[in-house]
Ligand binder design. Structure first.
Ligand code: GLY
Length: 531
């Protein structure tokens, strides 16, 4: 039986991490896994020049804005967990996009607003958090000069990058304008100008200079300059918990808490499943997955939201779609670890670039739902259409959108420490599928002892409601038959649903640090050693 310990001791965590860090830094191994080759290579180069994971993250993140524009960028936000080796301390960073000050005006949109056109609306653009999050990390933990971290991105923007197959396919899939073929060079002059501005005036100038003015103008005031100047990224308490696998080996999980429900779902899942059964067969795996994910999702639907706002009390929100997210896992020669997941919400976010500045804006506020009776929904929209039963209950309005509230996320950047100095730096992309991807690949490694690449490549199961189970990957005819026969009594519908939910993993075991990519979504992993 598995066992989870809610009370986690910071001292124990830190002692364990110290042992891990020293065993890895003796050989000064460094590694990165991200969604894109340019970003991974540039991050590795920064670390080879003596930069930290934080320095490398900033460079990679600024590059991803143009090389993987469908998945993240400075028009979006991120959540991250960071281990600082010198301080022996963990930090969780919340640079999530935020509702601006005009949520009351959603009422004016009511006649037009529905779940389809809402995604395109300028009212769905959240205040971007990326620049502030990178600034916070850099102020606290950066070691290199900001200009040296921005320059590699400027070089790529000015001189161009070679469009990959995945880059071209992603644009076509989501009907985004693209003339280039795979192999063509893409130059991003407008974005180079944006980067020069940030280099000259600092990352926080995103919120009060000409970029802020352009956002106010483009968004038609849905985000105004005062909203932007008030935006802050901040540190939150990291989420920590431990769990024992069926061989009684203890693993320590470090991640982010609300406003992401993802890691909390993983924590609840591990509390409620039998890992020995899970490993027995495909049928048992899916049965245990269902058994444990059900209560975890129920908790999410009932209670999860931005913790800085009023008590939540929600109804289920069974939305299951592709998302614009990107993940990066980093380990540097000082023993620092960073796991960050970035998002602009829908693929390519708002799907229009900020005119003249060369980056896509997000449409993250659709992570508040526009669905009737859904969790984190829109007050005015909702109140008007709800049945009397709900309208008369004042508590029901407590979970609505509010000014400066951050929408609920599934992002699950995570660091997992195990016995014999083993550790994983992991996280994934794909909206609702994130917590399942991170959980299942981790279990393949720490419970089933598979090598991380097979764990990533293996078939994965997902659900948003515990009835419709989707799988991504190839099941043989025999496996499919086995599942359908064994699950038929449980009223489960099993459907193939390929989702570009990539997991980017670093794994340290037997004194060796390795980096793994997920080819579902491009992906590039690289490692090196330093003297
Ligand atoms: N936009 C995806 C997420 O925050 O989970």
């Amino acid at each position: 039986m598995t066992k989870i310990t809610a009370k986690s001791s910071l001292i124990v965590f830190c002692m364990i991490i110290l042992i891990f860090s020293s065993s890895c830094t003796r050989r000064k191994q460094i590694a990165v896994s991200s969604g894109d080759e340019y970003a991974s290579r540039a991050a590795l180069k920064i670390m080879k020049q003596g930069g930290t994971v934080v320095d490398a993250f900033i460079t990679a993140n600024l590059i991803l804005t143009i090389t993987e524009p469908g998945a993240s960028g400075i028009g979006g936000g991120f959540l991250a967990v960071y281990y600082d080796a010198k301080k022996s301390q963990f930090f969780s960073i919340d640079a999530r996009e935020t509702q601006a000050s005009r949520h009351q005006d959603f009422a004016k949109l009511k006649p037009e607003l529905n779940s389809e056109n809402w995604a395109d609306s300028k009212a769905a653009i959240g205040i971007p958090g990326e620049a502030a999050g990178m600034d916070l990390l850099h102020q606290e933990f950066g070691t290199m000069k900001l200009e040296d971290l921005i320059d590699p991105a400027i070089e790529i923007a000015e001189e161009g990058f070679v469009a990959s197959d995945y880059f071209v396919k992603a644009h076509k899939k989501f009907n985004m304008p693209i003339q280039a073929k795979a192999g063509d060079r893409i130059i991003s002059e407008d974005y180079a100008k944006t980067l020069e501005l940030l280099k000259e005036n600092g990352l926080m100038s995103f919120y009060d200079g000409e970029i802020a003015e352009a956002i106010e103008n483009y968004s038609e005031g849905w985000i105004n300059r005062e909203d932007l100047s008030l935006y802050r990224a901040f540190f939150r308490r990291p989420l920590k918990f431990s769990w024992k696998n069926s061989q009684n080996q203890k693993y320590y999980f470090l991640s982010v808490g609300l406003p992401s429900a993802g890691p909390l779902i993983i924590k609840q899942f591990l509390r409620g499943f039998n890992s020995a059964e899970y490993s027995k067969s495909l049928t048992e795996q899916v049965k245990e997955y269902r058994k444990a994910i059900g209560p975890a999702l129920e908790w999410r639907h009932e209670h999860a939201a931005d913790p800085d706002f009023r008590k939540q009390d929600c109804k289920p929100d069974p939305v299951f779609r592709d998302r614009g997210t990107s993940h990066i896992s980093l380990y540097d020669s000082y023993g620092n670890i960073l796991s960050a997941t970035m998002t602009i919400q829908r693929p390519f976010g708002h799907q229009k670039k900020l005119p003249g500045y060369g980056f896509y804006l997000n449409n993250e506020l659709t992570d508040f739902s526009s669905d009737l009776l859904a969790c984190n929904s829109f007050a005015d929209h909702k109140i008007q259409r709800l049945s009397a039963k709900y309208r008369t209950n004042n508590e029901e309005v407590a979970y609505m959108v509010e000014d400066f509230k951050r929408p609920l996320s599934s992002m699950s950047p995570m660091i997992i420490f195990g016995p014999d100095s083993e550790f994983l730096v992991t996280g994934g992309t794909g909206g609702w599928t994130i917590f399942s991807s991170v959980l299942e690949t981790s279990l393949e490694i720490v419970e089933k002892k598979k090598d991380p690449q097979s764990a990533i490549d293996d078939v994965r199961f997902y659900t948003a409601n515990n009835r419709d189970i989707y799988y991504d990957g190839d099941l043989s005819e025999a496996e499919l038959k086995e599942l359908e026969t064994n699950l038929s009594s449980e009223s489960v519908s099993l459907k193939k649903f390929p989702v570009p939910a990539a997991v980017n993993i670093l794994h340290f075991k037997d004194k060796e640090l390795n980096a793994y990519k997920d080819s579902r979504k491009g992906g590039f992993a690289i490692k090196d050693t330093m003297l």
